[in-house]
Design a protein around this ligand. Structure first.
Ligand SMILES: [Zn+2]
Length: 223
């Protein structure tokens, strides 16, 4: 996937070449094990099972040509994912099939369409012609959801300038006061890639979470 700067963070330099995926990136296959009752009842697998239901449902909506899938002037192919975010719960409706409630939002862009559409995993996969890629992107996001919950309770260190910082998973995150609020910087260790938050956040915690989400986006682009 081609990188483009997002609204929240801006890189000071181009990131590492696409041919060298970030070392922390791993193929995160989630074993579902539906034939085993224990596996189904395991909380993680219950979540996966529920999610699979959502994916199957959206597949049906695509096949049925719901929403923009049958609207004239909306391209069916050639879209590109420019961002992905986790809303924490099923919160909005996919803008392509206009039916599926989604939690993980794939932001899709097309040269012949003026808007960026916020869509679910399956619609995204069909739009970009890469279902496996879309699912891998979403899985990577999902795997980070539990990590996000623990993010604020990690052992943040304090720099000489008095700014909280954390080195983790190949990234160094620093948050600092700026313009009456808080800002964040994410640098990719071992490279000269540095991302600066464009906006200020009301609290230190919000800046820390924004930095976490930026790492998620960097990793999602590497999938
Ligand atoms: Zn959809």
């Amino acid at each position: 996937m081609q990188h483009r700067p997002n609204k929240r963070f801006s890189p000071t330099r181009n990131r590492a070449p696409r041919s060298t995926p970030h070392p922390r990136l791993r193929a995160s296959a989630v074993s579902v094990g539906l034939s085993c009752r224990w596996a189904i009842n395991h909380p993680v697998n219950r979540a996966v099972h529920r999610k699979m239901g959502t994916l199957k449902q959206e597949e049906k909506l695509v096949a049925a040509g719901r929403g923009k899938w049958s609207q004239a002037g909306v391209p069916h192919k050639g879209w590109q994912c420019v961002d992905i975010e986790d809303l924490g719960e099923l919160q909005i409706t996919c803008q392509m099939c206009e039916s599926q409630a989604i939690r993980y939002v794939h932001h899709m862009q097309h040269p012949d369409y003026s808007e960026v559409l916020e869509v679910g995993c399956i619609c995204a996969g069909h739009m970009e012609g890469d279902l496996i890629g879309a699912r891998a992107r979403e899985t990577s996001m999902k795997n980070r959801a539990s990590k996000r919950k623990r993010w604020l309770t990690r052992k943040w260190k304090i720099s000489q300038k008095g700014n909280p910082w954390l080195s983790t998973d190949g990234y160094r995150v620093t948050v600092y006061e700026r313009g009456g609020g808080w800002a964040a910087t994410v640098s990719v260790e071992g490279t000269s890639n540095v991302y600066h938050a464009r906006r200020n956040y009301n609290t230190m915690d919000l800046a820390k979470l924004a930095a976490f989400d930026q790492i998620t986006r960097i990793e999602a682009r590497n999938v």
